[in-house]
Design a protein around this ligand. Structure first.
Ligand SMILES: NC(=O)c1ccc[n+]([C@@H]2O[C@H](COP(=O)([O-])OP(=O)(O)OC[C@H]3O[C@@H](n4cnc5c(N)ncnc54)[C@H](O)[C@@H]3O)[C@@H](O)[C@H]2O)c1
Length: 268
């Protein structure tokens, strides 16, 4: 799907990080954009930055874990623009660092609610409109942790693997309806965003006060804008997976090779 000034895009988790980077890249291509986020107070400064150069980006508060809230976002998008071409289900959190058996039930519920049901709610609310228009694409943000194991983050990894499988299936389902429709899953490595701080402010993790605000200090080499450009390139090319970042390809190859080797033993 080509992205240009006719494109209308919706981004969840758009007030910060990768979602904000997607908004910047879309504005740069002339698209009309709605950013939505659960942190209402973060929407205004994000809109001020995005609209500085004369763009007209709109903000809308949403909790992606709440189906009705996402339905309201879809209704508002239709009221404002009468169509939607690109749906970016991007909002997310990180889970506490601990082995699976020490993760509490609330963490599982929260990660399933935001990371998995958030993507399902966004797809359910918007896909009928894409189908009716005969044009559109869904971009789901997962993680490289959805392509290979990530010890000590099982609630994160489990939901990200689910988003990868869900998107592969969704792409086939959309194409069965109309071959011009499609879905892409974004699986980046470490990106320089305030994911830890935002997750802490939303009660998903606790952070020692000295924790650096940016993931750059943990070795993140990618900027949100670089990730956004890779993601939009994949949307335009109709690619199902995109995994920018150092080591993502190698870690995924190692997992797939191990999977195939294990399965080959089983069939002998
Ligand atoms: N930063 C990384 O290294 C990295 C790597 C791979 C994948 N990701 C994924 O990218 C996505 C974006 O994360 P980011 O790194 O840009 O972090 P971020 O904290 O900068 O952005 C995430 C945004 O989602 C919002 N959000 C959280 N819960 C929400 C909810 N229930 N409803 C609506 N909005 C909500 C937050 O308020 C925040 O603005 C996440 O899904 C994350 O898991 C991040």
């Amino acid at each position: 799907m080509h992205i240009n000034s006719d494109t209308v895009a919706v981004i969840t988790g758009g007030a910060s990080g990768i979602g904000f980077g997607l908004a910047e890249s879309l504005v740069h291509r002339g698209a009309r954009v709605i950013i939505s986020d659960i942190r209402e107070d973060a929407l205004e400064p994000a809109l001020n930055l995005l609209n500085k150069s004369g763009a007209h980006v709109v903000g809308y508060p949403v909790d992606v874990a709440d189906r009705r809230s996402v339905e309201a976002l879809a209704a508002e998008t239709m009221r404002l623009f009468g169509r939607v071409d690109l749906v970016c289900n991007n909002a997310g959190l990180i889970s506490p660092a601990a082995p699976l058996w020490e993760q509490d039930e609330q963490t599982w519920q929260r990660m399933i609610g935001v990371k998995l049901m958030g993507v399902i709610n966004g797809t359910t609310a918007f896909a009928p409109q894409l189908i009716a228009q005969g044009r559109g694409h869904i971009l789901n943000t997962a993680s490289s942790g959805g392509l290979s194991p990530l010890p000590s983050r099982s609630p994160y990894t489990a939901t990200m693997h689910a988003v990868v499988g869900l998107t592969e299936t969704l792409d086939l389902e959309l194409k069965q309806v109309n071959p011009v429709l499609g879905a892409t899953v974004l699986c980046p490595g470490l990106v320089d965003t305030p994911l830890g701080h935002n997750s802490a402010s939303l009660g998903a993790i606790t952070l020692p006060p000295s924790t650096p605000r940016s993931i750059r200090d943990l070795g993140a080499s990618l900027t949100p804008r670089e990730v956004a450009e890779a993601a939009l390139g994949a949307v335009e090319a109709g690619t199902v997976h995109v995994g920018p970042g150092e080591g993502v390809l190698e870690r995924t190859r190692a997992r797939v090779e191990r999977l195939l080797a294990d399965l080959a033993v089983g069939v002998q």
